[in-house]
Design a protein around this ligand. Structure first.
Ligand code: GLA
Length: 364
């Protein structure tokens, strides 16, 4: 083969890869790791939806270039949670979160705020009153107010959307709210207060309820009920964050679609806030197929989800819960032979089939 024939073969094989990548069912991985130029997902989806990742103080240093290349939105994996920002009453620590905000700003990335109120990651002092007594409603509300005012105020004009409350829904409870200390000590209106405090601190910020398993009908019904109550009472809620820690086996794309439609019809925005797709079933360490087949299934389903999002102008951002398979919460506290690969980039930061499927799903 002469040089021009060689070039033709290369061009044809690149075109074939690109075409395969665009086909709806068979996203093409690169011919050999690291040899195909890596496009930017954020650029491919520009003007359609923000492409985000959960980051921490470490990976913005070690993988900063990759993060800035692939994503145009970030959320702090832990650095903005109450335990991190106010570990002792009145003592605020924003250093770790500030580093993430600075990183995002220096790369023109949007910043999600996560989270102001949660049943987990809340320091014990929140519940302690004087003389070893438990704190009462007024004290807890005053503390919540100061926490939210201070944190949202600190990031005013920088964090454009806040997960004001996280995981408050329990479909088994009569009022659909989790039976946690917020509910027991303050009562169900703690949700209203949290949103009102956040709105007062930054009236321009978009305010969200963030929740998991929102595609399950009972959970969805409860979330609708709680949100309708908030809207009727004039509470400033703008959107629903759907965590979407999902699996290659569930939920169905139509269940996700139905959930997004349900909240869009209430006039709310939707964001997918913590997306990852496990190769396993929840709390089950068996692999049900070859890794290769599961990764293909993962790619196909990621493509389907992203194509479905084209029908949802209500979805303004999709955020993955992590940057690459090298670091995912799904591998923490897992047995040694459990190796989940739920994200778009592999352990070496290289695109997986899932990456190409998400890339191919963008409108050109
Ligand atoms: C939940 C929380 C996140 C994170 C993940 C798992 O979904 O909302 O902040 O802690 O669990 O890591």
């Amino acid at each position: 083969m002469n040089i021009s024939q060689n070039l033709r073969v290369v061009v044809i094989s690149l075109l074939t890869s690109a075409l395969l990548a665009c086909s709806s069912t068979t996203p093409a991985p690169p011919a050999a790791t690291g040899t195909v130029p890596r496009p930017s997902l954020a650029k491919a989806w520009q003007g359609q939806v923000l492409i985000g990742a959960a980051v921490d103080e470490k990976n913005i240093k070690t993988q900063g270039e990759l993060i800035a290349e692939q994503f145009n939105s970030v959320v702090a994996e832990n650095a903005m949670k109450p335990m991190a920002t106010e570990p002792r009453e009145g003592e605020f620590h924003f250093e770790a979160a500030d580093a993430i905000v600075r990183f995002a700003q220096s790369h023109d990335m949007a910043i999600r705020g996560h989270t102001l109120l949660w049943h987990l990651h809340t320091p014990d002092w929140m519940w302690q009153g004087a003389n070893g007594q438990p704190a009462g409603r007024d004290l807890v509300l005053a503390r919540l107010k100061r926490h939210i005012e201070t944190e949202v105020g600190h990031y005013k004009g920088q964090v454009y959307v806040w997960d004001v409350v996280n995981e408050i829904i329990d479909e088994k409870q009569p009022d659909c709210l989790r039976d946690d200390l917020w509910h027991r000590v303050v009562g169900p209106d703690y949700v209203d207060y949290a949103f009102r405090y956040a709105h007062a601190a930054d009236p321009a910020a978009r305010l969200y309820i963030n929740e998991y398993s929102t595609e399950e009908p009972a959970k969805r019904r409860c979330l609708v009920r709680v949100v309708q109550g908030l809207l009727q009472r004039g509470v400033p809620v703008n959107g629903i964050g759907h965590q979407m820690h999902i699996s290659v086996f569930y939920p169905t794309i139509s269940a996700i679609d139905e959930t997004l439609t349900t909240f869009a019809r209430l006039g709310l925005e939707n964001q997918i806030t913590e997306l990852d797709m496990s190769l396993y079933r929840w709390k089950d360490n068996r692999l049900y197929d070859t890794r290769e087949n599961l990764l293909s299934l993962q790619a196909r389903r990621y493509g389907e989800i992203m194509r479905m999002i084209h029908n949802h102008p209500d979805v303004t951002a999709v955020t993955w819960w992590g940057v690459s398979d090298a670091s995912t919460w799904l591998n923490q506290d897992a047995p040694a032979d459990h190796r989940d690969q739920p994200l778009l980039l592999d352990e070496h930061g290289q695109p997986k089939g899932a990456f190409w499927a998400v890339f191919a799903a963008a409108r050109r």
